[in-house]
Design a protein around this ligand. Structure first.
Ligand code: FES
Length: 519
């Protein structure tokens, strides 16, 4: 291998999403006054923008407010598979919810795919859309058993399917289950014309505007961090984590996980198809068009937020897998994302609680946010327009058909309590500032408090209080993304302490570093 080949197959130094890197969006001002609309949407990801588009088409006056930048949350960092094959779930769903509700879940996701296809035609959108089969494969006897049961579930639901004994990669599989005629696309290219149509329909959009509360009444008011108010009839929480809880206890019934993606080119042609395994660790494959070539997206290695001890190891594991299975020509991108899973694996979409007729939520897509988000947008529109939607009961956040697996959530919430207590009593490292190299972080004690220090690439020290501003758990350093991550409900903060991911709304407390440097 010559030097040039060697350097191009090395992992990129900084994480960067291909989707975000290949599309530029205009910037929007933050909200600087009180306004009145019919519907206020919080969160400018795929759910917020699609729902805004749909409601503006109905003639409603809509404002979308976003704490950061548009499409810079989960949507900008997805694998962008557009499929109703959400791993192996249908056999389990039939057991827990019955065949009718399971069919409605499947149908609502297929309806989402049809909506994308129709919208592409309507606006003539070039978003690298292609129809592909979705394939879940087994490499162990246990997962083979799972996909055999799933095959039968497909039969009961009338899903078009196939069973394979091998797949076109260097992977020793026991079997693979195909869901036919699914799709993949570039989500940001798809959403660009929808956003333009939304703005042309009179839709408003504000970035860098953090919603913190809702004052409910005959007219609801979304209150922002800067104290401005958006008066409206309906409030829709379309941020990854609900910005408003309304005694729905969402923090206790959503489990946050991180997962990783790398983008590579290969010498051998990619055979097509969207693959995922049913074993652990998760491995996912798909391609997208890229400068006349194929960029292969290899994903997986999920873990609870704040529990990935050396997060770079997750990228390295994907790199090794890609090298073994495909061979890497050039290593172009790496990025990570965060997703929420609900108690029973079905998203919460609908009234935030049964006492809130005018506050709706869409969250908990369990890594299948492309079809679930669009299914969610169609459902939110139908609820507001008072139209029947057969999936309404399936996604109702108040359903509480609790899965037997809820025990694992009880354990998860016990974990939260443990972090609340243990984090405080852990003895931080004895710290000598001069020992901390550029680009690294450590935990230390400042004024008797557990704190976190990071020295940036220019040698400047940044010190934060590691107590999460949501509910007081202790954040942990994530070296791959250079962020402080909370193991309890998934809030993340950059090394300066600013919020990257909620539910936290306020930044971490920071310390003057001159005293620490001079100790
Ligand atoms: Fe809830 Fe940190 S305590 S996210």
């Amino acid at each position: 291998m010559n030097e040039q080949q060697k350097s191009s197959s090395e992992m990129p130094k900084q994480p960067k999403s291909y989707w975000r890197d290949s599309v530029k969006f205009q910037q929007f001002n933050s909200l600087s006054e009180d306004i009145e609309v019919d519907v206020a949407i919080v969160g400018a990801g795929i759910t917020g923008i699609t729902t805004g588009y749909l409601l503006s088409k109905e003639g409603l006056k809509v404002a979308i407010i976003e704490a950061g930048s548009i499409l810079d949350g989960a949507t900008g960092y997805t694998t962008a598979k557009l499929t109703a094959q959400h791993g192996v779930v249908y056999d389990e769903f039939i057991q827990h919810f019955g065949i009718e509700k399971t069919r409605q879940y499947y149908e609502s996701n297929m309806e989402a795919i049809r909506f994308v296809k129709d919208t592409i035609q309507e606006y003539n959108i070039d978003c690298d859309f292609s129809e592909e089969d979705a394939i879940v494969y087994a490499t162990s006897e246990n997962s083979l058993n799972n996909i055999q049961k799933e095959f039968k579930a497909y039969e009961k639901l009338g899903i078009e399917r196939d069973f394979l004994h091998e797949i076109p990669f260097n992977i020793d599989v026991k079997g693979a289950l195909v869901m036919k005629d699914q799709a993949q696309f570039h989500p940001l290219k798809f959403l660009q014309p929808l956003l333009q149509a939304y703005l042309q329909n009179g839709g408003l959009l504000y970035e860098k505007t953090t919603a913190t509360n809702v004052e409910e009444g005959t007219v609801s008011k979304v209150v922002t961090l800067k104290g401005h108010k958006v008066s409206c009839k309906y409030v829709l929480s379309c941020s990854r984590f609900p910005f408003y809880d309304s005694k729905g206890h969402y923090y206790a019934r959503l489990k946050p996980e991180r997962s990783y993606l790398i983008g590579i080119t290969t010498d051998t042609p990619y055979p097509g198809g969207m693959y995922i395994n049913d074993d652990s660790p998760t491995r996912s494959l798909r391609y997208t068009t890229y400068n006349g070539e194929k960029l292969i997206l290899v994903g997986g290695d999920r873990h609870k937020v704040g529990h990935g001890i050396n997060t770079m190891k997750h990228y390295e594991a994907l790199q090794q897998f890609a090298e073994d299975v495909l061979g890497i020509k050039e290593f172009k991108y790496r990025w990570s994302t965060q997703d929420l899973t609900t108690l029973d694996k079905i998203p919460y979409i609908g009234n935030i609680t049964s006492n809130d007729p005018y506050v709706l939520v869409a969250t908990g897509y369990r890594k299948w946010g492309m079809s679930n988000s669009i299914a969610g947008s169609l459902l939110l529109r139908d609820i507001i327009m008072k139209r029947d939607n057969p999936a309404r009961e399936v996604y109702d956040p108040g359903r509480f058909n609790i899965d037997p697996d809820v025990k694992s959530f009880a354990k998860y919430n016990t974990d939260v309590a443990t972090h609340l207590v243990q984090g405080k009593v852990q003895a931080p490292n004895k710290f000598d500032a001069s020992d901390l190299p550029n680009g690294e972080a450590t935990v230390l004690t400042v004024n008797g408090e557990r704190s976190g220090a990071y020295r940036d690439e220019n040698g400047q020290l940044h010190v934060v209080d590691t107590t999460c501003t949501h509910m007081g758990c202790e954040v942990e350093w994530n070296n791959a993304e250079r962020s402080w991550d909370c193991p309890c409900h998934g809030s993340r903060f950059n090394y300066k302490g600013d919020v990257v991911d909620g539910p936290a709304e306020k930044p971490l407390k920071t310390f003057d570093t001159s005293d620490i440097e001079n100790k």
